[in-house]
Design a protein around this ligand. Structure first.
Ligand code: HEC
Ligand code: HEC
Length: 463
C-alpha cells in the first residue's frame, strides 16, 4: 500500500509536469507548486528574466525601508556585541509627520488606527520579494559565502542592523573555553579542526550535518532555482542561516500560511539558549528541537509544499542517528555571558548603583512597564505564545505584496543576549532595542516618558 503522501504526489504529477496550478485552481493550498513552472522554462530563460527585474525589485524595497526607517548607522562605540560589532542605536523607525513619540503614546489604539498614525516601521515587514519569497542571505554573509547569492533579489536591511558576522559560540558544556568560534564561520571545511576534542563523536556527527548543504526551494538543481553558481545548487546548510549556532539575520517566508500574500516574513531565530525553550517557531509551536530539525528540511525549506520538496530533492533525516545528533548539538549552544546578572538572572546589586539607568530600567521592566508578565527572569520568556493584537493600531493594507492584517499569537522570544540579535520581532521589523521600547510603550499603552524608555533599553542591554 502506498502512503497517503505518495498517492497525493502521484495524483499531482501531471499538473506539476505541465506547470499548471492544479485541479483546484490558482487559489488552492497548492498554489506554491513550482513558482516558475518546472519543466516549462529553461534555466537560462528564468535567469535572464529575473536578472532584468532585479534592480526594480531591490529599488522598491529600498524605497519602502527609507520611508519606514532612518537607515543612517548610529553606533555607540561603548556598546559592543561579544566580538566587537557596535550595537545599533535607535529608534530608527520614522514618526508620522508632526508627531512625537510622547504625543503618539497618549492616543488610543482606535485613534491611531482611524487617523493612520501608526509608525510605518511598526507595520508587518514584507519579504524583499514577497510574491516569490524564499531564503535571502545578508550582504555581509554573501561576501563570505558567495554560493548564497541569489540573482533575483538582494537582502534589504543594511549590515549595521544585523548581528555580528561571524558571531561567537558558547557551549553550555565548556564555559571554561569562552568563545569557541576562533572568529571563523563554522562550515563543512573547518568544523572538524575547530571542534575535534571539544565535542564527543556523536555531536561531531550532529555538527557535520548542521553544516552540510541540502536542497531547498531556491537553492537546488531545478530550472526555477535562484542561484547562478553551480556550487550553490547543492542547497543550504542549517548553519548558513543559524550561523555559528546564532543567526546571520537571513530572512525567509513562513511555510505554513496560504495565500502567499498572508505568509509572514521571518527573521532567523538564534539557536542560543534553545535548551530552556519549550515551543519552537514563531507560530508553529513545535514541541521539541528534534521535531523542528526534522520539519526544517522536510517542510520549511520548501515553503511547506510537499510536492516541490519531492521534485527538488528533499533530504529526509533519520530520527535516531541524525535528527537526534543534530538536536543534541543545538541544545549545547549557550547564551553569551551576561556578567551584570546574578544567580537569579537579575542585575547584581553590587555592580549597579541604585540610581543607575540599568537599575531603574529593571524596576520598570518588572513593574510599571509590565514586561516581566511575559518575559520573566531568569530567561526572560514565559515559553508561551501571546497575541499582542498589533492590528488594533492599523487598518488592513497591502504592502509590496504582503497583506498586513491580524497576525495572531506569536512566540514570546527570550530576551537573554538580546543586544546581539537585531533586528527584532519575528519579521525583523524593529531595527534596534530603542524601537522595541517605543513599540511596546505604544502596544501596551504604558505612557512611559523618554527617560524611562532609555532606562528600559539600558537594562535590556545587560541581559
Ligand atoms: C532561511 C534560513 C534557515 C535555514 C537554512 C534553517 N533555518 Fe532554522 N529557522 C529559520 C527561521 C527564519 C526560523 C524562525 C521560524 C519561525 O519564525 O517560525 C528558524 C527557526 C528554527 C528553530 C526554532 C527556534 C525558535 O526559537 O523557535 C530551530 C530549532 C531551527 N530553526 C533549526 C534549524 C535546523 C536544524 C536547520 C537545518 C536542518 C535549520 N534551522 C535551517 C531559518 C533557517
Ligand atoms: C503580553 C505579553 C508581552 C509583554 C507584556 C511584553 N512582551 Fe515583549 N514580546 C512578546 C511577544 C509575543 C514577542 C514576539 C512578538 C513578535 O515576534 O511579533 C515579544 C518580543 C519582544 C522583543 C523582541 C525579541 C526578539 O528576539 O526579536 C523585545 C525586545 C521585547 N519583546 C521587549 C519587551 C519589553 C521591553 C516589554 C515591556 C515594555 C515587553 N516586551 C512586554 C510578548 C510580550
Amino acid at each position: 500500500m502506498k502512503s497517503l503522501g505518495a498517492r497525493r504526489i502521484l495524483r499531482w504529477l501531471p499538473w506539476l509536469a505541465r506547470g499548471e496550478p492544479g485541479p483546484a485552481g490558482p487559489k488552492s493550498s497548492y498554489d506554491q507548486i513550482a513558482p516558475v513552472p518546472l519543466g516549462q522554462e529553461t534555466f537560462d530563460a528564468v535567469l535572464a528574466r529575473d536578472k532584468a527585474a532585479k534592480e526594480g525589485i531591490d529599488a522598491r524595497q529600498r524605497k519602502l525601508l527609507e520611508e519606514r526607517y532612518d537607515l543612517t548607522p548610529r553606533p555607540d562605540p561603548k556598546l559592543k556585541m561579544t566580538r566587537g560589532k557596535p550595537v545599533p542605536v535607535g529608534p530608527a523607525a520614522r514618526l508620522p509627520a508632526g508627531m512625537t513619540w510622547e504625543t503618539l503614546a497618549t492616543l488610543s489604539p482606535d485613534e491611531v488606527r482611524e487617523k493612520g498614525l501608526f509608525p510605518p516601521g511598526f507595520l508587518p515587514l514584507p519579504h524583499p520579494t514577497h510574491p516569490v519569497g524564499g531564503m535571502v542571505f545578508p550582504q555581509q554573509e554573501v561576501k563570505a559565502l558567495p554560493r548564497l547569492e541569489r540573482f533575483d533579489v538582494a537582502f534589504d536591511l543594511p549590515d549595521h542592523f544585523l548581528p555580528e558576522f561571524p558571531p561567537a559560540i558558547f557551549l553550555t558544556t565548556r564555559p571554561d573555553l569562552g568563545d569557541v568560534s576562533n572568529g571563523e564561520v563554522v562550515t563543512i571545511e573547518n568544523y572538524y579542526r575547530l571542534f575535534n576534542g571539544i565535542l564527543n563523536s556523536k555531536d561531531m556527527e550532529g555538527l557535520r550535518l548542521l553544516v552540510t548543504q541540502f536542497p531547498q526551494q531556491q537553492f537546488n538543481a531545478t530550472a526555477d532555482r535562484k542561484t547562478e553558481r553551480a556550487d550553490g545548487m547543492r542547497g543550504v546548510a542549517c548553519f548558513d542561516c543559524h550561523v555559528n549556532g546564532h543567526t546571520s539575520g537571513a530572512t525567509h517566508l513562513v511555510g505554513d500560511i496560504r495565500p502567499q500574500s498572508h505568509r509572514r516574513r521571518i527573521d532567523t531565530s538564534s539557536l542560543r539558549g534553545v535548551y530552556v525553550q519549550r515551543l519552537f517557531g514563531s507560530q508553529r509551536a513545535l514541541k521539541s528541537i528534534e521535531d523542528f530539525t526534522e520539519f526544517e528540511q522536510r517542510a520549511a525549506y520548501f515553503d511547506g509544499d510537499i510536492l516541490s520538496a519531492a521534485a527538488k530533492g528533499v533530504n529526509p533525516l533519520e530520527r535516531g542517528s541524525q535528527v537526534h545528533f543534530m538536536a543534541e548539538v543545538q541544545e549545547l549552544l549557550d547564551f553569551p555571558p551576561a556578567p551584570g546578572l546574578g544567580l537569579d538572572g537579575k542585575l547584581d546589586p553590587k555592580k549597579f548603583a541604585a540610581a543607575s539607568p540599568e537599575m531603574k530600567g529593571q524596576a520598570l521592566f518588572f513593574g510599571k512597564a509590565r514586561c516581566a508578565e511575559c518575559h520573566p527572569a531568569p530567561f526572560y520568556t514565559d515559553n508561551l505564545m501571546r497575541d499582542l493584537r498589533v492590528d488594533r493600531f492599523f487598518k488592513p493594507q497591502e504592502i509590496n505584496g504582503l497583506m498586513a492584517t491580524a497576525q495572531g499569537p506569536l512566540k514570546t522570544f527570550t530576551l537573554r543576549g538580546i543586544k546581539e540579535s537585531p533586528p527584532y520581532l519575528h519579521d525583523g521589523r524593529l531595527p534596534t532595542l530603542e524601537d522595541t521600547a517605543e513599540f511596546f510603550n505604544l502596544i501596551l499603552e504604558l505612557k512611559l516618558d523618554a527617560d524611562e524608555k532609555r532606562c528600559l533599553v539600558a537594562f535590556m542591554r545587560q541581559l
